[in-house]
Design a protein around this ligand. Structure first.
Ligand SMILES: C[S@@+](CC[C@H](N)C(=O)[O-])C[C@H]1O[C@@H](n2cnc3c(N)ncnc32)[C@H](O)[C@@H]1O
Length: 215
């Protein structure tokens, strides 16, 4: 899947990944992170996920990053709260088109161009269908980028899927061994839940804590 493929999916409304209700694992396991309720949460590859509203309802400011402007527009259209638009610089001459609505800030652009200096205030993250949306080489870049963006002790939830065809995706099948190999150099990982969500589809929920320089 290239960026153009994702943009086309949004244009054609092929967004079967979008859920109408907050993810059950978010509701069940977010508390395990023990984050302050005002902790700002990064949501990479956020789509127009309702999970962001769930986080906001619990007091968290949210910073979502999403390629598709349609996703951003559809997200803000679901609320009557006023919208503020502005730009933020990316690397080189690139820019992100940003949209703020209440405590949600959506940066429209490529997550891999999101820069570390915007990230100091990030206290946590939430990944549902972000890592597993990416093919293998991009998953390696994603793990690296996430580690670059988060200071020691920053923490989050990662939700992954395993299915029987490593070539098929998205969602891509990401085994526990792969999660460990991608993430454990920079994060302490705890597998908090594994469940069969469909025939041949296993969902895993991970708590991740960014390692410090000495951990
Ligand atoms: C499988 S969807 C998941 C969306 C959301 N996390 C959810 O749970 O509904 C993946 C999303 O990532 C976006 N995306 C893909 N590559 C991206 C990138 N490099 N930077 C930012 N967003 C990206 C796609 O447009 C799509 O909305």
């Amino acid at each position: 899947m290239t960026a153009a493929d994702w943009l086309e999916r949004w244009q054609q409304g092929r967004i079967g990944f979008h859920r109408q209700a907050p993810h059950s694992a978010l509701e069940a396991y977010w508390g395990r992170l023990e984050l302050a309720s005002d902790a700002k949460i990064l949501v990479p590859l956020c789509g127009k996920s309702r999970d962001m509203r769930w986080l906001v309802e619990r007091g968290h400011p949210v910073l979502g990053i999403e390629l598709s402007p349609l996703a951003v527009e559809q997200f803000v259209a679901e609320s009557d709260q006023p919208v503020l638009r502005y730009r933020q610089p990316g690397p080189g001459k690139s820019e992100f088109d940003c949209t703020r609505q209440g405590s949600v800030e959506l940066w429209c652009g490529d997550f891999f161009r999101f820069q570390v200096d915007h990230a100091a205030e990030l206290a946590g993250f939430y990944d549902r269908a972000a890592l597993i949306a990416l093919p293998l080489a991009a998953r390696q870049r994603y793990a690296h980028q996430l580690a670059q963006l988060l200071l020691p002790d920053r923490r989050g939830l990662l939700i992954t899927l395993i299915h029987d065809d490593p070539e098929r995706g998205p969602p891509f099948s990401v085994t526990h061994e792969e999660v460990e190999s991608l993430m454990s150099p920079n994060f302490e990982l705890t597998l908090v839940d594994v469940s069969e969500v469909d025939d041949g589809l296993t969902e895993s929920v991970w708590k991740m804590v960014r390692r410090g320089p000495t951990s």
